[in-house]
Write a protein that binds this ligand. Structure first.
Ligand SMILES: Nc1ncnc2c1ncn2[C@@H]1O[C@H](COP(=O)(O)OP(=O)(O)OP(=O)(O)O)[C@@H](O)[C@H]1O
Length: 467
């Protein structure tokens, strides 16, 4: 594709996004199946949704589960099969119909606690994709009494889209348990004043959920038996969500089971979790550490973006690269580079900030399937996305934070490998100024790992790095 058509595609997307926003009232916006998320493309919520959309498997972690029980004398339960949980037959059927053969790590530890009598509170942290959603969905479905026609479980999610994704899991898992009904407490879902909900499970965003419990009284909070707070780390990143969640929690009865899930566990999440979940059991599943040990790192000296592109072409000319990811600082550079590479005959995928989340998921999926060999992206777009099979990572621009300092964490995440995918990798950094050389040196110092210079005009030298 030529540069012009890339530029045109971007213009068209931006125009479409603008016109959608201009003409949609807020209430309509939330009714869209997958609304534009571009204005919070940097957001954790978009990232989390993207991960969910492109994932169709469990992330396999080898690390151990860490269980900190509130009562250290109580036995540490763990099950190895869904049968051992003595689930209702309809639910077991649902689980198997989804293709789950046995519980994931977090499920085998969390489910016995969540299904215990009397109900136990739980704070659980494990990386995205490890089966948390399926775990609490099973807990909710197990605890409701379908004969009671009123809400018994509340589940709050940070955004409409994430609520919808969880709702889908409830629907799939509860497929053989049709007596249990689900309703979405989301902006735009307008109910008649004075009505009382009959559905047993309510899933939604904190603001609407709070309104439905207090202002409109569609829900009687005193009858709630299970309260789930999903994606707590994403939740607290949004202004107001913390307070709204706490206000909902305060309306619930003392014996209501409180469950909180998070993919990460920084201090802010932890203190929020403790405010919202009294007397918790705590489960943590540590993410495997990324390391630079198996990565060969190089830098190339250039004077301009054109020179960087030239160096890139030389690298491509000298070594066979199955799949590469190229990171640029701005959308503009990413678009330009993708155009130039396409012109050279490469099959290029471009991940750009103005794309809808669904479009971005499609791009990553195609790349993952090997339909394109090069993925050009900005860091914002690719943050938190794991494309494991990539063996070459090119920092067309070095990662910096908003103050222009080296972003070591991003550097590690872009090129690092976990022990499990301990395949050798190659990272090439493009340096085009004194400033970027300084950033490179600081990255090198930070990781205490030498980054060698590579002369891209010397084809023999390039060939050597691949061997
Ligand atoms: N026991 C299981 N066996 C096989 N697949 C599973 C199992 N549990 C969950 N999955 C699948 O693994 C994927 C990830 O699960 P899930 O969405 O529950 O993870 P998560 O930890 O909630 O992720 P996130 O933090 O993004 O919400 C889903 O596609 C889900 O269908």
């Amino acid at each position: 594709m030529a540069t012009d058509s890339w530029a045109q595609a971007v213009d068209e997307q931006e125009a479409a996004a603008e016109s959608t926003f201009n003409y949609l009232p807020i209430s309509e916006y939330s009714k869209l199946t997958l609304p534009f998320l571009s204005f919070f493309s940097e957001d954790k919520a978009a990232q989390s949704l993207l991960n969910k959309l492109i994932r169709n498997d469990l992330v396999n972690t080898t690390n151990q589960v860490e269980v900190l029980q509130k009562d250290p004398n109580s036995p540490l339960y763990s099950v190895k099969s869904f049968e051992e949980l003595r689930l209702k037959p309809q639910l077991l059927q649902g689980v198997y119909a989804m293709g789950f053969n046995r519980p994931s790590k977090i499920q085998e530890t969390a489910l016995p606690m969540m299904l215990a009598e009397p109900p136990q509170n739980l704070i659980a942290q494990s990386q995205s994709g490890t089966g948390k959603t399926a775990a609490f969905v099973l807990a909710m479905l197990s605890h409701v009494d379908p004969n009671n026609k009123y809400p018994q479980c509340l589940c709050v999610s940070p955004t409409y889209e994430l609520a919808l994704q969880t709702g889908k899991v409830i629907e799939q898992m509860g497929k053989y348990y049709p007596e249990v009904k689900l309703v979405y407490a989301i902006r735009g879902n307008k109910l008649q004043r004075g009505m009382k909900l009959q559905e047993q499970i309510v899933i939604g965003t904190p603001g609407t959920m709070l309104d439905w419990c207090s202002k409109f009284k569609f829900i009687d909070p005193k009858k709630i038996r299970v309260f789930v707070l999903d994606e707590a780390d994403v939740m607290i990143a949004t202004q107001g969500h913390q307070d709204q969640s706490i206000r909902i929690q305060r309306m619930l009865p003392k014996n209501c089971q409180m469950l909180l899930f998070s993919a990460t566990f920084e201090e802010s999440v932890w203190s929020f979790a403790q405010r919202i979940v009294p007397d918790p059991n705590i489960i943590k599943l540590k993410r495997e550490e990324e390391t630079l040990d198996t990565i060969k790192q190089y830098y190339v000296l250039c004077n301009s973006k054109e020179e960087k592109f030239h160096a890139l072409c030389n690298i491509y000319g000298a070594i066979t690269i199955a799949q590469a990811m190229i990171f640029c600082h701005t959308r503009k550079t990413a678009g330009w580079l993708a155009g130039e590479l396409s012109r050279e005959g490469h099959q290029v995928a471009l991940l750009s900030g103005e794309m809808q989340v669904e479009q971005r998921a499609a791009v990553i999926e195609r790349f993952r399937d090997g339909k394109e060999k090069v993925l050009v992206t900005t860091n914002v777009c690719a943050r938190g996305i794991d494309v494991e099979q990539v063996s070459v990572v090119i920092n067309f621009d070095l990662p910096v934070d908003k103050d222009g300092n080296p972003d070591n964490e991003t550097y590690l995440h872009r090129i690092g490998r976990t022990g499990r995918f301990g395949k050798r990798g190659l990272a090439i950094n493009m340096v085009d100024s004194k400033m970027s050389m300084n950033i490179l040196s600081r990255i090198q110092e930070h990781f205490n790992k030498k980054i060698e210079r590579l002369d891209t005009d010397d084809l023999d030298e390039i060939e050597k790095i691949a061997s």
